[in-house]
Ligand binder design. Structure first.
Ligand code: PGA
Length: 248
């Protein structure tokens, strides 16, 4: 069975003390142990927050470099993240793809670096508006997965976490309908079956992201192929984030 996950991507928001308060409120308010809660704060805060979380929530990074050390000014390596308590990283968020020109080939290298370092990740995919308007969203997302992820072996692919985040829904207040989310998630799972097996496909968690909030989470999470959410804006407030966690 795929793990149920609610993950908060803070992006470049919140000062340290605001973040600390939010983490404490989430730790106090989290009821269910059947949902894994993950938080992706600015990397600077990872060590302190993972000490605060003490294993009750996972603390991750929004980005990492493919090399393990060396002359890469401004970058952070997976062994460094792990040594500071970070346990997971985002790969391929649409803002990294769009604003920082990360290509499917770059993301494949990050996937390989994560595997080599035994580091968990959430692999993000999703189509921009013009692709959906042209009716090409399925082939577009499929290529993102084929070019960056589907080279993994079945045992490497088992239990992985994907996030489908239509770019037109991120930070826009325009959520995909639950039918649109379910349709893409079902397709993604069927491609995993085609490339691997039913068993692997059913072990992969597929999260929805894009203006998911406390009002729509329950309906989206009720879809059979949606295993949780990657939440941006609504993860910056403990009340809404806790409601989303408790929407399962
Ligand atoms: P949003 O962001 O919830 O603010 O739309 C989601 C994301 O970028 O992961």
């Amino acid at each position: 069975m795929a793990q149920k996950i609610v993950a908060g991507n803070w992006k470049m928001n919140l000062q340290f003390d605001e973040g600390e308060k939010l983490v404490n409120e989430i730790l106090e308010g989290k009821r269910s142990n059947s949902v894994s809660v993950m938080i992706f704060p600015p990397a600077l805060y990872v060590q302190h927050f993972s000490e605060l979380g003490d294993g009750r929530i996972s603390i991750g990074v929004q980005n990492f470099h493919v090399h393990e050390s060396g002359a890469y000014t401004g970058e952070i390596a997976i062994p460094q993240i792990k040594s500071a308590g970070g346990s997971i990283g985002l790969i391929g968020h649409s803002e990294r793809r769009g604003l920082f020109s990360e290509t499917n080939a770059d993301l494949k290298a990050k996937v390989d670096a994560a595997i080599a370092n035994d580091f968990k990740f959430i692999f993000c995919c999703g189509e921009p508006l013009e692709i959906r308007e042209a009716g090409r969203e399925f082939s577009y997302v499929k290529s993102q997965l084929e070019e960056s992820l589907f080279h993994l072996t079945a045992s490497q692919m088992a239990g992985k976490i994907l996030a489908y985040e239509p770019v037109w829904a991120i930070g826009t207040g325009k959520t995909a309908t639950s039918a649109q989310a379910e349709q893409m998630h079902a397709e993604i799972r069927s491609w995993i079956t085609d490339n691997y097996s039913d068993e692997v496909a059913n072990s992969v968690s597929i999260l929805y992201g894009g203006s998911c909030n406390e009002k729509n989470a329950r309906e989206i999470f009720a879809c059979p192929n949606v295993d949780g959410g990657l939440i941006g804006g609504a993860s910056l407030n403990s009340e809404s984030f806790l409601e989303i966690i408790n929407a399962f």
